[in-house]
Design a protein around this ligand. Structure first.
Ligand SMILES: [Zn+2]
Length: 265
């Protein structure tokens, strides 16, 4: 079945990949894809490539700039904004994400209305990421950032894997905090486990402060090669079916929540 989907978590290695993502989207119903850049100071960097792909296909790709905690400043965030990046991608901090020394970055992003996507949890152990301390990227750090900057839109990747319980509670209490389910989460966590974490309601004594359903805080993200995107869609679909999720809330996850985050329509 074809549906309208916004993919909020994708990467780009070559310009040919951009063509492949567009071709795959013809079949899957993905109408827009957020490309998360990596700073040129980190190997392999691709912020420029991301911008190039987005300029070539402005109706399909949305650029988020990869930020480097080792080398960048608030001025660089301004330059990213001026260059046309819609949002920012954070990974590999040298301090916990919520360290006060990083607050000027989030303040600047909030001022420029740039949504921020944070890698959360475990990182693949590859040569480029040997310097990474996964413990500095916990979901609870985003709770502190989201409540300190209520104007900032925060997206946590991978539902904090493996600390998804932490992610869920932070999600409930912060109207400006969203999560994607990309990565291995849906490969090993059961629907019952996910239901147990997304337990609260839009009404009653245990409602969220903005009276939203948990599924109004979850977005679709694939984070896989173009030819595997359909498999991730099917993993989300299977989860929705097992949890008997309403058509309305499915639409929220497929595209409506992302439209809100990206200020589309
Ligand atoms: Zn990713």
């Amino acid at each position: 079945m074809k549906r309208k989907i916004i993919d909020l978590h994708q990467h780009l290695h070559t310009l040919e990949d951009a063509e492949k993502l567009r071709a795959a989207a013809e079949k899957t119903g993905v109408v827009k894809t957020v490309l998360l850049g990596m700073p040129e100071s980190r190997h392999p960097g691709n912020n420029k490539l991301v911008l190039q792909a987005c300029q070539r296909y402005p109706d399909f790709f949305i650029p988020f700039a990869g930020f480097d905690f080792r080398t960048m400043s608030t001025d660089q965030i301004q330059r990213f904004h001026d260059d046309g990046f819609l949002g920012l991608k954070f990974i590999a901090p040298l301090l916990p994400y919520n360290d006060a020394r990083y607050f000027s970055f989030y303040e600047k992003a909030a001022l420029l209305k740039m949504p921020c996507l944070f890698h959360l949890g475990i990182v693949a152990n590859t040569p480029a990421w040997r310097d990474c301390d996964s413990g500095l990227m916990r979901p609870v750090h985003l709770d502190h950032i989201a409540r300190s900057f209520p104007e900032l839109t925060v997206i946590g990747a991978h539902f904090g894997n493996p600390w998804s319980d932490e992610a869920a509670m932070a999600c409930r209490w912060n109207p400006n905090l969203f999560f994607d389910f990309s990565g291995s989460l849906l490969k090993y966590r059961s629907p019952a486990y996910i239901r147990s974490l997304l337990w609260w309601s839009a009404e009653g004594p245990y409602q969220s402060p903005d009276r939203s359903w948990p599924w109004q805080k979850i977005v679709f993200g694939s984070d896989v090669a173009p030819e595997q995107v359909s498999e991730v869609i099917s993993d989300y679909e299977k989860l929705f079916t097992r949890l008997n999720l309403s058509a309305q809330l499915r639409q929220c996850v497929w595209h409506k929540n992302a439209e809100k985050i990206l200020s589309l329509r």
